[in-house]
Every structure is written in C-alpha cells, then in structure tokens.
Design a protein around this ligand. Structure first.
Ligand SMILES: *Cc1c(COP(=O)(O)O)cnc(C)c1O
Length: 384
C-alpha cells in the first residue's frame, strides 16, 4: 500500500507535471514575475469558471478577506458576525481592522454558521456577515441573503475551503460558492482544493465599482501610477503561482469529483456505525450528493460520539494514518479573541464539536486500498 498522506500534492503533481513545468519555464523565460500576462490570464479563466464578473488576485486568502472588508468601507466599531468554528484567519482580519468580531454558534450537522444565532446577534451596529463555507460546502445562503437584505448588511463569503462548490438556491438558481454575496474570498494555499505551489488568494465580486476599489487597494491604494487615493496594501499573486493555478483550474472539477468519490467510499464503509457520524451534504441534497457539486470535501470530517476521539487520534498516529482535528478550540475561547460579551451557553455546538470532530485523509490521490485500511482501522478501534 502507498504511504497514506493527509494531502498528496506530490502524487497530484505527477498527473500535471508537463503542463506545470512548461508553464513555469515560460515564466522564467519571460521574466514577468509580478503582474505578468499569466496573472491576467488566470484571472480571466477563473472569472469564466466561476461565472463572476470580477476576480481580483492577491497574495493569500487572509489578505483576500481583509481587502474585501477594506473595500466595503467598514470602519472601526462596525460589528461583523462570523462563525465560532472556523480557521482563525476569518476573525483575525476583522480584529486587525479594528472592527468588532461577533462570533456565533454553528449548525451541528453541516458545521456552518447557524442562522438563528446570526439573527440573535444582529444589533444596530452590525454591518456585515461573514459566512465561512466550511469543509467544502456552502452555508445556508438563502437564509443569509434574506437576513442581509432585511437588516441592510454586507455578505462577505469566506470561500477558502469550497472553491468549485455549487449552491442551488430555493428558486433553483445555481451559483458557484463565493459569488453569491456582495464579495467573496478564497485561498490558493497548496493544500486547498485549488492549490498553488506557494501562497495565493483571490477576491470575487459582481459589483463593478467595488471591483475597481479592490484593484486599487491590493496595489497600495493606487488607481493611477504614484497617486495614492486610499490606504492600501501590497498583496499580489505572482506569475509562477498564476501559471500553476492556470494549469490546475481545468482539472478542478475532476479533483472535486475524486474527493467526493473518496467521501462516498468512506461514508459507505462507516454506515451503520452508531458512534460515528458521517458528514452530510446540506443544500437540499441527501447524503453525499451524486448529482451535483454541492460539497467539494475540502475535509472529510467525522463526529466520534462515544468520547473516544482523542484516543482515536493517537491510535491512527500509531497506525501511520494521518488525521487532523479541525478545529480543537472554538474561536471565542482563543486567548486573542476572548471577550466578556461571550457567554458559554451561546456556544453549545462548537463546544461539543471541538471534542468530537476528526478529519481523515482527503485528497485526489486516495485509492481503494488506502480507504479500506483507514475505515477498517477507525471502525475496529471505535468498537473496541
Ligand atoms: C485557509 C483559510 C484561510 C486563509 O487562507 P491563507 O491563504 O492561508 O491566508 C481563511 N479562511 C479559511 C476558512 C481557510 O481555511
């Protein structure tokens, strides 16, 4: 059996080696390392793939979120509601801009932001909601759009984990994750579903004026050379990363399908196991949806309900099966984000999830032998 990895980027590279190597050497020859034609070409390719008017490439997914918030003109003291159960980058940029983060609980089945909790957290100072499309599927965007309209709020989608996922609204309209709210962001960190060979990120919007503002902010607030109209940042996607991403983008749907395939096999093997809860696709789809791309499985995350999660992590380590606990501590209990406004009784779900979740190896190169070994090891240990 091949060595099991959490993410197998080396294996994936073998399938695209020629395209990637040619693309990179073309950049070397052209010496257009920053903002070269390759970055523009990737931007256009991604706009077409996502069906969005504007893609603004930048240096990483954290910058993308920050720049999106700067572009919307949010100012210190504005309250921004986001999920308590996510990677810290989301809340970090809110705090960094001196906006007020308002963390709320999540849904126990989808792990995504809880709609009732958002509603309870809205005050006259609330300016924006940041749904995080966690582990590869969209938050309940219909409900979030309705809340945003009712209370006149911006929606900034943190789409670092769900690029390529579809969201079908109740009216039947299908849109790509990250293109539904006012603005969306993503990350091209190597292990993300569309990963570069270094850092990268992008912002998406259908709003022409906002896109113009964002393009200036990523480039030192410059709209005309050496005229700095607003305070900006330096956040660029380099041409080599753009070339890698351009070679990989045509494969993204196949990559997502391979992830979904692995997820399906995992869930089949775990079915009927009382102490193991498998991930569900929400968005009106049952189980792991066969007919659409509503879940792209950035992570395959189980809940272990008999208190053996930590012991399972240790056991898998001994068996050379990598795994991850995303996330072990709710953000409202992280030192940097503790706030007296938070009340433990408002976070029953995240407080439980941090004790129960475990993410198994998930990537495009998993084979049946590996999946069988992983599932048999997990099931054997849980029932011991
Ligand atoms: C990865 C990630 C980010 C940050 O992306 P970087 O490119 O690492 O800065 C932000 N939000 C979420 C939910 C992520 O998973």
């Amino acid at each position: 059996m091949k060595k099991i990895q959490m993410v197998d980027l080396g294996g994936q590279y073998q399938g695209i080696k020629e395209q990637v190597n040619t693309a990179i050497s073309t950049i070397m020859e052209s010496a257009a390392f920053i903002n070269g034609p390759e970055v523009h070409a990737f931007q256009k390719d991604l706009e077409t793939y996502l069906g969005v008017k504007h893609v603004i490439p930048c240096a990483n997914g954290t910058d993308a979120l920050q720049i999106a918030m700067m572009g919307l003109g949010l100012t210190p003291g504005d309250e921004v509601i986001t999920a308590d159960f996510t990677f810290a980058a989301t809340v970090e940029v809110i705090a960094l801009l001196q906006l007020t983060p308002v963390l709320v609980d999540v849904d126990p089945h989808t792990f995504n932001i809880d709609i009732d909790a958002i509603e309870r957290a809205i005050t006259p100072r609330t300016k924006a909601i940041v749904p995080v499309h966690l582990f590869g599927q969209c938050a309940d965007m219909d409900a979030i759009l309705a809340l945003a309209e009712k209370h006149d709020l911006y929606i900034i989608e943190d789409n670092a984990q769900a690029i390529g996922a579809d969201y079908t609204s109740k009216g039947g309209r299908k849109q790509k994750a990250g293109t539904i709210g006012h603005v969306g962001s993503t990350s091209f960190f190597p292990s993300k579903n569309l990963g570069a060979y270094g850092d990268g990120g992008a912002i998406f919007t259908n709003d022409d004026e906002l896109a113009h503002t964002l393009r200036g902010i990523v480039n030192h607030g410059m709209y005309q050379r050496y005229h700095h109209d607003v305070v900006g940042v330096n956040s660029r996607l380099d041409s080599i990363q753009a070339a890698v991403l351009r070679a990989k983008l045509p494969k993204l749907d196949t990559y997502c399908e391979k992830r979904r395939d692995a997820a399906r096999k995992y869930s089949e093997a775990f079915s009927g196991q009382g102490n193991i809860v498998v991930p569900v696709a929400a968005n009106g789809c049952e189980g792991i949806c066969d007919s659409c791309d509503c879940h792209v499985f950035h992570q395959y995350t189980l809940k272990i309900t008999n208190g053996k999660r930590d012991a399972l992590v240790e056991h898998l380590k001994e068996k050379n099966i990598p795994c991850g606990v995303y996330y072990p501590i709710p953000l409202h209990r992280q030192k940097a984000y503790i706030d007296e406004r938070y009340n433990e009784i408002d976070f029953p779900v995240t407080n439980q999830l941090v004790q129960e979740v475990i993410s198994l190896p998930m990537h495009t190169e998993l084979d049946d032998e590996q999946i069988a070994f992983i599932t048999e090891t997990v099931i054997g240990f849980i029932n011991e």
